[in-house]
Design a protein around this ligand. Structure first.
Ligand SMILES: *Cc1c(COP(=O)(O)O)cnc(C)c1O
Length: 415
């Protein structure tokens, strides 16, 4: 019997419920994935006991000789994976990684040019409710009605705004990001190029998406999305001076003692990303997203930008009677978890929206391939084509359960 089951049955029972939920629903939120048992084991370890403020061999506490080795392995593996020279593996999240980047390179009221949140950008790219939009002046570029970034327009905006930093990378953009063109724009206006590859890092690591290096001055990513490691962030650069500023911005700038247990789990995750199997996984993630796009567009759904180059698709319901919120609810009832999302030409509120975002990374980790994704796309279409028919949703839910029970992800969960 587990320690948790014995010491805290109340929490343990909820863990069991969550395992059930993760096992028998189809997880298609584009920012989620299933970390391996090894990653989870590293996260739930005795390393949580250790204080290690500072950096390897420059700590403010004694007894860091082992965690130093672990943090250095995490750094070395990330360097290899993303082909760069300096990595900070301490950010507790993607948002904190981004906050530290701004703190390292900007003064208060400097100008950020980022992708509009409602066009697929992230809160930390200058949104007014985020510290990135409160401490700095933020300006935005977006996508055209065809769902794509128009780089000529980004250049025009950059020339008018004259930002200190241009942020590229997105949370809901189904197309390849052209880092090289972004860099040429940044150079033209004398700005840093900061690439936030939180969503696509797993594809970049596999050579399945254009590399942000050598184009970006600074790159951040989360480690828990397509990269499939523990929840957290990292910051990378090839510039020694920038790396020093970034390190001070993380500690003592915005964080205290690093989560060495999570850093160990990051190292384990990067180890998985470096294996040849990772390339097979990343390819299949893209294939599976393409299948969703193909089947759903054949069924009459409007796939934003006409398809996908990565792990996600956006469906637009501007030409339908129902909203993103309605679609999200219908799919939830059918056992398929997605999220509502704004779409180009949006005419509803951000709480309602006219679209949904669907990702393939998590189910691909469960081993689902072409056949299963074709079936899932058909079920999504069936649920949406019968948006108000709860008995059809209930029927799909049973079919989904039958499929997911053939792809059990944690047969010996370590919680
Ligand atoms: C998810 C995401 C983040 C933030 O990551 P958290 O770990 O949730 O703070 C930052 N940038 C982009 C583009 C993201 O998609």
């Amino acid at each position: 019997m587990s320690f948790l089951a014995k010491n805290d049955p109340e929490i343990y029972a909820l863990f069991e419920q969550e395992l059930e939920r993760q096992s028998y629903n189809l997880e298609m939120i584009a920012s989620e994935n299933f970390a391996s048992n090894a990653v989870i084991e590293a996260m739930g370890s005795i390393l949580t006991n250790k204080y290690a403020e500072g950096y390897p061999s420059k700590r403010y506490y004694g007894g860091c000789e082992v965690v130093d080795k672990i943090e250095n392995i995490a750094i070395d593996r990330a360097k290899k994976l993303f082909n760069c020279q300096y990595v900070n593996v301490q950010p507790n999240s993607g948002s904190q990684a981004n906050q530290a980047v701004y703190q390292a390179i900007l003064k208060p009221y400097d100008k950020i040019l980022g992708m509009d949140l409602s066009h697929g950008g992230h809160l930390t790219h200058g949104a007014k409710v985020s510290s990135s939009g409160k401490n700095y002046q933020s300006f935005f570029y977006g996508v055209e009605l065809n769902g794509r970034i128009n780089y000529d327009k980004v250049r025009e905006i950059a020339k008018i705004v004259r930002p200190q930093v241009i942020v590229c990378g997105a949370s809901a953009y189904p197309r390849e990001i052209d880092f090289k063109t972004f860099r040429s724009i940044a150079d033209e206006v004398g700005a840093y190029l900061f690439a936030d590859i939180a969503h696509i890092a797993g594809l970049v690591a596999a050579g399945e998406h254009q590399d942000p290096f050598p184009h970006a001055h600074i790159v951040t990513t989360t480690t828990h999305k397509t990269l499939r490691g523990p929840r957290g962030g990292i910051i990378m650069t090839n510039d020694e001076e920038l790396s020093k500023k970034i390190n001070s911005a993380i500690f003592p700038g915005i964080q205290g003692g690093p989560l060495e247990h999570v850093i160990a789990a990051k190292a384990v995750g990067f180890g998985e990303n470096l294996k040849p199997e990772w390339k097979v996984y990343a390819k299949q993630v893209k294939t599976n997203a393409k299948i969703l796009a193909d089947v759903l567009s054949k069924d009459g759904f409007d796939v934003v930008s006409g398809g996908t180059d990565n792990h996600l698709i956006l469906l637009s319901f501007l030409n339908k009677e129902f909203s993103g919120k309605d679609a999200d609810h219908a799919l939830e009832n059918a056992g398929i978890t997605v999220n509502k999302n704004t779409v180009p030409g949006e005419n509803r509120s951000p709480f309602v929206t006219s679209g949904i975002r669907i990702g393939s990374a998590a189910l691909t980790s469960r081993g689902m391939r072409d056949k299963e994704f074709t079936f899932i796309a058909q079920k999504i279409a069936e649920a949406l084509n019968n948006i108000n028919d709860t008995s059809i949703h209930a029927k799909i839910r049973e079919e989904v359960k039958e499929l997911s029970s053939k792809f059990i992800i944690y047969d010996r969960p370590t919680y």
